[in-house]
Design a protein around this ligand. Structure first.
Ligand SMILES: [Mg+2]
Length: 409
């Protein structure tokens, strides 16, 4: 008893910090010697004549900078960051939740969405990048650590080189299977949707648009998952007809077949089809997802961290989905910051279904902008272990003629 009482007494003293115990290792750098004061001192908008995304760079008094992203670039985003920047200048960049709420509360006066939400997303990711660099930790560690060893990816197929889905879908399918990528996403119904303004589809139009799906199945059997994307072109009866026709093909999901705002239409579709209904990269914050989940209108939660309110909002969407036994599927069809930020989040999610990847982007586009591009190997990807996003901008990128660096504050 005596030694136990002594131990409890000593432990109490340790927790009060009254003496140091040589058995307890020193905390790493900043945790022990936290300088306390770090402030946001400046913000730049960075955009490109030869790329479709916008970067937001946040400067701090500690000399650390963070990089965030949204896309596609619009001039209104530069306006939005000018409007919102006063909310964050002088704030401690580590106070991410509070800053997010302040930005959202300000933007919500202007109807939440559009340029404001895109810029909130980019600022939020930049703050997470700063946090990771400050504490010398990769973002996934700060998001809860690894919930899995790696991240399965699907490929969004807009052709490889000059191969097209029309002519080469067998070759494309074999190319991805050969690289261990066992899921792909296509949008065969989009041309007829545009022709018919999404208001009507005939049985013969449905039949002819099953062609790519049948050819993938003939090539890969059940080895290849097929996600079908609809870009929200259709009304409910057309969506019902298409979903019925897709039933025999083991479809991974039907994505954004209607605008995501009508929860009742989605609930009806989801109640009728056995194919998982996926919505929606176009939604922001966890608030609209709450209703989608309670109304049984969504089987797979898709979000885009550079659109939905950044990593802060994306984590909440994913965790909310998880409580409804609904998996998450991060959308990543933007720039390299989106790709890296999504990888850090996805490896930390307990409810990851699969993450998007774009061969065209990581193979053809990102190498022009960043060093040592993160690429899937054998169908999986693992985020880097360097602090923050762990993404290195190519030397000289910000000085070249196609890059615009606009100092906002
Ligand atoms: Mg989509």
């Amino acid at each position: 008893m005596g030694s136990r009482r002594n131990f409890i007494k000593r432990s109490g003293l340790i927790s009060l910090g009254l003496f140091s115990n040589p058995l307890i290792p020193a905390l790493p750098g900043n945790l022990q010697d936290d300088p306390g004061a770090i402030k946001i001192t400046g913000v730049d908008a960075i955009y490109f004549n030869n790329a479709h995304w916008t970067w937001i760079r946040v400067h701090t008094s500690a000399g650390i900078t963070g990089l965030g992203e949204t896309y596609p670039f619009t001039r209104s985003q530069v306006g939005a960051v000018k409007d919102l920047v006063s909310v964050i200048i002088g704030k401690d960049p580590r106070d991410i939740e509070g800053i997010w709420k302040s930005l959202y509360t300000r933007a919500a006066f202007n109807v939440t969405g559009g340029a404001e939400m895109r810029i909130i997303s980019a600022i939020d990711i930049a703050l997470w990048d700063i946090l990771g660099k400050y504490y010398k930790a990769p973002l996934y560690r700060l998001l809860g650590g690894k919930a899995r060893e790696n991240i399965h990816v699907y490929n969004t197929t807009n052709g490889i080189g000059d191969w097209t889905n029309e002519k080469d879908i067998e070759r494309i399918t074999e190319f991805f299977l050969g690289n261990g990528i066992k899921a792909m996403k296509i949008w065969p119904f989009d041309p007829v949707a545009r022709k018919n303004t999404g208001s009507y589809i005939s049985p013969s139009e449905i039949e002819s648009n099953l062609d790519w799906i049948k050819r993938i199945r003939n090539t890969a059997g059940s080895e290849m998952e097929i996600g079908v994307e609809f870009h929200a072109y259709w009304n409910l009866p057309a969506a019902q007809r298409i979903a019925t026709a897709l039933e025999p093909y083991q479809i991974m999901w039907i994505e954004d077949i209607m605008f995501p705002e009508n929860v009742e239409a989605y609930a009806k579709l989801a109640s009728e089809t056995s194919i998982p209904v996926c919505v929606s990269e176009r939604l922001a914050t966890s608030y609209p997802y709450a209703r989608l989940f309670t109304e049984k209108a969504c089987d797979i939660a898709m979000f885009d961290v550079t659109w939905c309110g950044g990593l802060t909002a994306a984590k909440k969407i994913a965790d909310l989905a998880d409580t409804f036994m609904i998996p998450s599927a991060p959308h990543t069809y933007g720039g390299p910051v989106l790709w890296y930020a999504s990888a850090h989040l996805a490896i930390a999610l307990t409810n990851l279904w699969i993450m998007e990847s774009g061969y065209y982007f990581y193979h053809d586009v990102y190498p022009g902008f960043i060093e040592e591009v993160l690429v899937p190997v054998n169908g999986v990807v693992v985020p880097p272990d360097e602090p923050g996003l762990g993404m290195k901008i190519k030397e000289g990128l910000l000085d070249q003629k196609d890059t615009v660096v606009e100092k906002i504050a």
